[in-house]
Ligand binder design. Structure first.
Ligand code: 0O2
Length: 211
């Protein structure tokens, strides 16, 4: 099947741009109110064509069913300070009227064998194109900074080992994943202290105080 990838990916690019703006807007809104923001930062990408093709081969995805069977062509990542923020963000996503949640995968309560943790939300998102509305699927990954640190490192090692990690590296990565999660739990334990300090800090900035 011949596909014009540029045309195919247009609504996905539109969706990623819109979602980044909307989610960054939430962060801004919290900051304006000087409240603790559950969103630390947001990134997004459209999966490169080579990665789409590789995943189609690996997962035996029928090219005719690509739009339905590959849910992460449009990908958004929301980074949070605390695990509790993740669930607040997910609840905000559930309440939104501009997207429909089609699936949720809690890889925090059910971490992957690799040690991977994140909360995945698959949404159906309507994009207004010149020839009408197109609903596309997008994957929103919500994770703490610490989960993101681990996933980024593991992902880059994956390129080197193509998923076939030597046993020692695999074990070290699993250990590192537990250490990262333990950091999250420690931080959650002193969350109120930290947030109080952060509120003081942003209050100070508002008054132009130097501290
Ligand atoms: P990218 O864009 O390079 O990150 P599968 O990919 O087959 O395991 P599935 O069903 O497509 O799984 O969806 P899943 O597992 O909910 O989410 C896939 C995405 O989650 C991956 O995208 C990663 O971004 C992330 N992810 C899942 N498991 C791991 C893991 O063990 N380590 C890391 N670092 N990330 C993981 P892709 O396809 O890798 O693309």
């Amino acid at each position: 099947m011949h596909r014009d990838w540029d045309t195919f990916l247009l609504p996905y690019e539109q969706a990623v741009s819109e979602l980044k703006i909307k989610l960054r807007g939430i962060r801004k809104e919290f900051r304006e109110r000087s409240a603790h923001t559950p969103i630390e930062f947001v990134t997004g990408r459209v999966k490169p064509v080579a990665s789409i093709q590789e995943k189609m081969r690996r997962r035996y995805i029928d090219p005719e069913l690509l739009e339905n069977d590959m849910q992460d062509i449009a990908g958004i990542r929301i980074m949070c300070q605390f695990v509790e923020d993740i669930y607040q963000v997910v609840e905000m996503l559930r309440q939104r009227k501009d997207m429909e949640i089609v699936e949720e995968r809690d890889y925090i309560a059910n971490e992957k064998k690799s040690g991977y943790r994140s909360y995945h939300v698959i949404i159906a998102y309507p994009v207004q194109m010149s020839n009408g509305e197109k609903k596309i699927l997008a994957e929103i990954q919500v994770r703490t900074l610490s989960m993101n640190f681990w996933a980024t490192i593991e992902h880059s090692l994956n390129y080197k080992y193509q998923g076939e990690f030597p046993d020692e590296i695999k074990a070290r990565l699993q250990k590192a994943a537990e250490a990262a999660f333990s950091l999250d739990q420690e931080m959650s334990g002193i969350r109120e202290e930290i947030q109080e300090a952060q509120n003081l800090f942003s209050y100070g900035k508002g008054l132009n105080l130097k501290f």
